[in-house]
Design a protein around this ligand. Structure first.
Ligand SMILES: *Cc1c(COP(=O)(O)O)cnc(C)c1O
Length: 224
């Protein structure tokens, strides 16, 4: 059995059924992604449109494609019809502007794009994501848009050697998630909480994640 298949099967056996395993596919080639999907991964997360350009033509819609990169720096490509059609969800919306842009383009396409709001749970200035205290305000501004649909939150959190150190950031994001859910804002469906990576997914699941995004634990160390 290949390493990729072995890793996917092991992790799928470990995690609860309601948790969706998304592969973080950056730098991986089409065959590696295909192997992971054939082994049972149903969600492909891509950070870079340039990677999508490389792997999508040979793979097509073998799984659900999620955008997990920074939208602002890749707007030019991401907002093309072709990529808006490929992606089933954009997990990293963190401003009114990008939400408005996606909404306008999707309106022309006749598509409603599922989005998550990315929360900068570590309040790290160099990182993307809306500050925790501004999340509700942002959601209230976007909720009325007809061609984007808010389905939950995503967070990265600071990177730590010790996964336990991530717990407070996951807890904080879950707290905001629950707070928004309880507000019952029309047009907002708080269903997905995307958090946890290779070293932290078990902690994230214990704090309420139902999408985990895994790269190196499946594919091995990142290629450059
Ligand atoms: C790379 C990446 C991951 C996965 O990272 P690993 O540590 O390799 O599991 C998850 N989410 C995002 C947004 C990423 O860019």
């Amino acid at each position: 059995m290949s390493k990729i298949r072995e890793n996917i099967e092991r992790i799928l056996g470990e995690i609860p059924d309601y948790v969706k395993l998304e592969i973080a596919a950056k730098t991986r080639d089409a065959e590696e992604v295909r192997e992971a999907v054939e082994a049972g991964a149903r969600f492909i997360g891509e950070n870079y449109i340039k990677d999508v350009k490389k792997v999508y033509p040979s793979l097509g819609k073998i799984a659900r494609w999620h955008f997990i990169g920074t939208p602002d720096t890749q707007k030019h490509d991401l907002l093309k019809n072709k990529y808006l059609e490929i992606f089933d969800m954009i997990e990293t919306v963190d401003s009114e502007n990008i939400a408005f842009d996606i909404n306008e383009k999707c309106k022309k396409l006749g598509k409603v794009m599922d989005i998550l709001i990315e929360v900068n749970s570590g309040r790290e200035p160099q990182k993307s994501g809306v500050m925790p205290e501004n999340t509700i305000e942002l959601i209230r501004k976007i909720a009325c848009l007809e061609n984007v649909k808010i389905r939950g939150l995503m967070t990265m959190g600071p990177r730590f050697g010790n996964p336990e150190d991530s717990r407070p950031y996951f807890k904080e994001t879950k707290r905001i998630f629950d707070e928004i859910k309880n507000l019952d804002i029309p047009g907002v469906e708080m269903k997905y909480l995307s958090m946890g990576m290779s070293n932290s997914y078990k902690i994230a699941i214990s704090e309420g994640a139902n999408i985990i995004r895994l790269g190196s634990v499946i594919f091995g160390p990142r290629k450059s």
